[in-house]
Design a binder for this molecule. Sequence first.
Ligand SMILES: C[S@@+](CC[C@H](N)C(=O)[O-])C[C@H]1O[C@@H](n2cnc3c(N)ncnc32)[C@H](O)[C@@H]1O
Length: 391
Amino acid sequence: MTADTALLDRVVQAGTAPDAEIFAVVEDAGLGAVVGVLVEEILFRCDAPINVMPVDIALDVTHESERHRTVFRMVRDRPIAILDGEEPVIRRELRMNVVDLVRRLYGRADHPRTGDFHDAFLPTRPADLTELPEIFASTNQASGALLSGCTVPRIDLGALSVAYGSDKWASFHWYTAHYEKEFAPYRDRPVRILEIGIGGFSGELGGSSLKMWKRYFHRGTVFGLDLFDKSELNQPRLTALTGDQGDTDGLVALAREHGPFDIVIDDGSHENEHVRVSFEALFPYVRSGGLYVIEDLQTSYFPRFGGTADKVAGSKTSVGLVKSLLDDLHHREHATYPGHPTSVTEESVVGVRVYRNVAFIEKGVNGEDGIPRWMDDEAWIALGAIPPSAD
Ligand SMILES: C[S@@+](CC[C@H](N)C(=O)[O-])C[C@H]1O[C@@H](n2cnc3c(N)ncnc32)[C@H](O)[C@@H]1O
């Protein structure tokens, strides 16, 4: 872990910790370094500015008697610039305590969006009053864009998927509605998430879904794995790793270095053999309480992906794997129980939820007991029940 990553990690963790932890991070790293982390996050989250006239907005972050100023230049069709040296024309000054800004960015999704900052709107009289209508409108639009980056975004995963160019919604897949339902309990947590398959194959950089997850999991650390080098995507809270999902040793090494993960998503080659190899290598590195997701189950029926050309998917397919997990979930009810050593999946699969073409496998402690084996007719009758063997 580099110094930058370690600081980011501490700031993210502090988002839901007592104020004293945020103070401690600022004391250790310095206000400027902490603001640097926060500003990078704001730039990632901001909506694109729509103002035609350039607008400079100052954000003052304070801690006790200290103040750290960042000036953002916002204008349509250009990346937001941080002014350094150039003389700004400040149209708005926002002042916020570092604790409040950390909470806004890395606190709970329902953290308030108002009542925690000082604002000076058009602090100086514009030189040319004929421009005033345009200055008003542009300052309003630029401020809206900047403030969109200073909160946990309200997210429609489908819209975000389309905006970033992922095929997880409104293409030939309709996954994001399922993701919203399944991922909601994890959204506020500092999750570690690994997605196999970054996108773009050998020709393009890809990264659409990784950026989508980074936005959705505002406290999350996102890893992607792809056959092709996509490290150009690397940025705070997002790392692109290179490797083959069919290589067990490589996957285990990756998981030892970067795991355990709260969520693993397989959106890689969709070859049935790869899906199985990846699951067997990585499921042990999913945290208890976490999820393993397999996309594109339809390849179970496509022979060129190693699927079966039949109505019933074979045991070596992805659907076959998911069906076997249903058996493992119920292993205590097997006639052979408890006479055989239990497998990782028997011990830890606690939920298997399948939607069209996508499966969510929940990990936990599969330890609930069933009906005692010694329950015979006499015992059922003693309970006042009809014995199962009775006609
Ligand atoms: C469907 S794309 C992923 C799309 C991305 N998850 C998204 O939603 O934007 C599949 C990616 O898997 C990668 N891939 C194919 N075979 C792989 C393998 N054996 N190991 C790792 N990645 C692989 C491809 O290079 C490609 O970039």
